[in-house]
Design a protein around this ligand. Structure first.
Ligand SMILES: [Zn+2]
Length: 388
């Protein structure tokens, strides 16, 4: 595993050890050193601190072929907890996650970011989770908050969120001040990408992309081993890639952005306008119409798959990742999008990147909240490092 500059953690060895043990289960110091490509001395020093803090425990020695018995080290799941929060434009999802990333409590509440006391409401929801931990006598490492929009990684300030309608909000600083605990605020897709880099199947890949497609469209990037955020966290606005002249108006104020044609909102809008589904319909209804062979539904989704494929081909040709992970509500419709998308990729990808894997994950509506908690657990220093 390579860890590039600009990583989310101030102590990369610590983060790497915790994430590896969460992924792989108990391992000896020698195995950890080998898998992380670090020196045994570095691992011995790092695990010594983690043992002293009670985050790790030594298991019974196992006989080893080399002669000396090996002592597996394991995470102590209940030794650390984080609250993970996803703020979306209609709801807030929250989880309490323990060190091994197991969720021990979760909630989902309707939320109106435009309400006059929206921030106070959000703070109260987080406070309730912290109280829940206190009631159970469990230690809190910090709170991770994931929001749609551009977040400065150094400060946790939300520069702009089209979805929430919030601009220039020092969210991490405000929450930290009111709650009195470490708070880490990040863009939602960046949080999922960072968690994927630490705990997911992508942990061993130095170059991968994460395309999140739902009501909005974002792109998480890990390039050369490190999350790529752009100047002040502004990278990854895949949804606002201009793909059509005179296309539909976009929430950003422009026209013809990718998001204005292939977000789940845009697809439902077009399906309603074409009389494919009724006003109350959701993605499952659109899926059913296409499965039943409704010609207009099939054509709509074929056009969406083609457009998405062309945009993705551009990004893959540009960045050369080994894989692209696709997440989000749109995966319900993937069955219809996959064919046209792959045809376009085959047509437009340069030979050097034709082997890029496209991996589609079933959508999990707790994923973003869980990822926010995981970032805090894996990189506890991330919360302390955000100053604002
Ligand atoms: Zn736009």
């Amino acid at each position: 595993m390579r860890w590039g500059a600009g990583s989310i953690s101030g102590d990369m060895t610590r983060t790497a050890v915790l994430a590896l043990l969460a992924r792989r289960g108990p391992l000896s110091r020698a195995q950890i050193a080998e898998l992380l490509g670090m020196s045994p001395a570095t691992i011995t020093q790092s695990t010594k601190r983690l043992l002293a803090e009670g985050l790790l425990v030594q298991q019974a020695p196992r006989p080893s072929v080399a002669g000396r018995p090996s002592i597996p080290l394991a995470l102590v799941p209940e030794s650390a907890h984080a609250v993970g929060i996803q703020v979306a434009h209609e709801h807030v999802t929250g989880v309490i996650s323990q060190l091994d990333a197991e969720v021990v409590h979760s909630f989902r509440r309707d939320f109106d970011p435009a309400a006059p006391r929206a921030l106070a409401t959000l703070t109260a929801l987080i406070r309730a989770e912290i109280d829940e931990l206190e009631r159970r006598g469990l230690p809190l490492s910090g709170v991770g908050v994931a929001v749609p929009g551009i977040v400065e990684p150094e400060t946790g300030t939300l520069r702009m969120s089209v979805r929430l309608g919030w601009t220039g909000l020092p969210l991490a600083a405000r929450l930290r001040e009111t709650l009195g605990v470490p708070v880490f605020v990040d863009n939602d897709i960046s949080a999922v990408t960072a968690a994927e880099r630490l705990y997911g199947p992508g942990a061993d890949e130095a170059d991968f992309l994460l395309a999140a497609i739902g009501q909005g469209i974002g792109l998480g990037m890990v390039l050369d081993g490190a999350p790529y955020r752009g100047a002040a966290g502004a990278a990854g606005e895949f949804g606002h890639m201009p793909v059509q002249t005179d296309g539909p108006p976009c929430a950003c104020g422009n026209r013809g952005c990718l998001e204005s044609s292939v977000s789940t909102e845009a697809l439902l809008r077009d399906a309603r306008a074409a009389g494919i589904v009724s006003g109350e319909a959701d993605l499952d209804d659109l899926d059913a119409a296409a499965r039943d062979g409704d010609r207009a539904a099939v054509e709509l989704l074929e056009a969406a798959g083609t457009l998405l494929g062309r945009a993705l081909a551009g990004v893959i040709n540009l960045l050369g990742p080994t894989s692209v992970v696709v997440i989000g509500e749109i995966t319900v419709l993937w069955h219809h999008l996959d064919g046209p998308l792959r045809r376009v990729l085959l047509e437009h990808l340069l030979p050097a990147v034709r082997e890029t894997r496209i991996e589609v994950r079933p959508w999990d509506d707790q994923l973003i909240a869980v990822s926010a908690a995981r970032v805090v657990l894996g990189a506890p220093l991330a919360a302390h490092r955000q100053k604002g």
